[in-house]
Structure formats: structure tokens, C-alpha cells
Write a protein that binds this ligand. Sequence first.
Ligand code: NA7
Length: 287
Amino acid sequence: MIVGWIGLGNMGVPMAGNLLAAGYDVSVWNRTPDKAAPLVALGAKQVASLPRLVEECDVLFTMVSDDEAVKAIYTGADGVLSARVSGKLAIDMSTIAPETSRFLAEQAKKAGLRFLDAPVSGSVGPAKEAQLVIMVGGEKADYDEAKPLLDKLGKAAIYLGPNGAGTSAKLAINLLLGITVQGVSETLLFARSLGIETEQMLEIISQSAVGTPLIRGKAASILADDYPAAFALKHMAKDLRLAREAGVSTPLAESAQATYRQALEEGLGELDLMAILRHLQGPSLTK
Ligand code: NA7
């Protein structure tokens, strides 16, 4: 079986790397070809044309930025659906609107391509360690077929129902992520204003009932005021926007969306989402 992988960003590279490590034949394509280099070094085949990659592979993964990127990849000129796809299985792991997942599933079906939406919870660390949580929407039989591959990428691959169910669950879990990261940031800044050192407050949070692996994992970054992207702030802003567009009342998420949007406008989008702390503490305290 040949696995095709499209999208070699922060997530795509380690994920495709895990399939290679598991012994699969992996062919890759990325809009910016240079980013394939680390995977080629691990044995991946780089294919210069996207439709050719699609025709060569049996199962196709896509892991790109957003709705616009996924639509371009599938329905654009020289996109996935311009190739002979009948009978193949596509697994889109990008975080996009559930509506877009359903639209793409319909377009795919017309061309005979089976389609799963299978976004992930977890950033670069869990991607490298194959500890992602994968939320899957689509036909159950397609999920069953994909499961052995998904098991090489994550610690859980959960089937949730028809197309759009995976991306719906993803928006829900990231709504909690966005609120949590903003909540921690406000807690630290509140404590600091009252004279409590950030390091001590992080220790208190970590020992308390609300301490989580997420917060413990961000502690070093917070203390160094250094935010290399494990999960880029621009993607968090996108996810909160998508959650808002779902039309469900979510007062905290609506407030968080405004904050992340401002941080994006301030130019923090390429940093880790934890850089929301830098935004909230204000320019005067920023390095
Ligand atoms: P990154 O590191 O920002 O990577 C994004 C990838 O998407 C990268 O391969 C991009 O190609 C690709 N991309 C973006 N726009 C396009 C278009 N228009 N056409 C083709 N390819 C495109 O994101 P992550 O890996 O951190 O995240 C991926 C998803 O997981 C995202 O939905 C997150 O919210 C969760 P490039 O290298 O720029 O040419």
C-alpha cells in the first residue's frame, strides 16, 4: 500500500514521519517543496505534481492550514479531484469548518473518492510521539480501514459519526484549549499584579485541581517569555472563529476569540498560542 501525504507544516512532517517509521511507503507533496527534505531523508518519495501523487497512492492524507487551503488542495485546478481518485480513501486531518468537511465529502463522493474528516488534538510534541487524539467523521467502514494507519499517528482515534462530526468535535476541544490558555494567562498576570511570582504561581497551578499537562508543558516557555510555535496562535484564532461561526452561544469563547484576534493583529500569529500571555500583559512588558 502506498500512502500519500499532502501538507508538510509543523504537524505534517512529524506525522508523516511516524508512518515512515512504521514501515509504510510514503509519498509526499507540499506547496513549498523544500519542506519535504527531512522526510525524504527518512525514505519518503517526493512527488513534484499533486495529481500524480494522488494517482500513485492508495490512501491520501491531507494536513494543511485552513478551509481555504483544504479547498484549494481538493477542488482547485491540479487539486486532488482533478486526478483519477475512484476507490481511493482520503483522510483530511486539517482543522476546518464542519460545513467544509461535508462539502468536500460530497465533492469527493461524486468522484468516487471516500473521505474522512479526522482532525487531531495535540500539537507538535504529541505529533512526534504519536500521542495525538484523532476525531473521525465519515463512513464507519472507511474509519475501520483507516484505523491501523491512524493508530500509528495517535493514542486514540475516535469514530464520531458522519462527515463533519470529526471537525465538530475538534472545534469543541479547541474551544476549551483557547479558553484555558487565556485563563492561565490572566491568572498569572493577576497573581503577578498582586505580588506573586510567575514561577510560584505555576507551581501552585500545577499542584492544584486545575493543573494540567498543558499548563505544565508551557511552563518553561512562559518563564523564558519565548514562544516557538507548537501550536501557532494564528491557528487558535482560526479555530475560535470557526467555533463562533457554528452559531452556538459560547460567551467565554466569544471573548477569547476577540483576544486572540487582537493578538493576531499585533503580529503574534506565528508564535505559540501561549503568546496570548504576551499580548495580555501589554506592550510595555513585552521583550
Ligand atoms: P502549518 O505549520 O502552518 O503548515 C500549514 C501547511 O498547509 C503547510 O504545508 C502549507 O504549505 C499548507 N498550505 C497552506 N495553504 C495552502 C494552500 N493554499 N495550498 C496548499 N498548501 C497550503 O500548520 P500546522 O502543520 O501546524 O497545522 C496543520 C493543521 O493542523 C491546521 O489546520 C491546524 O489548525 C491543525 P507551505 O509549506 O506553506 O507551502
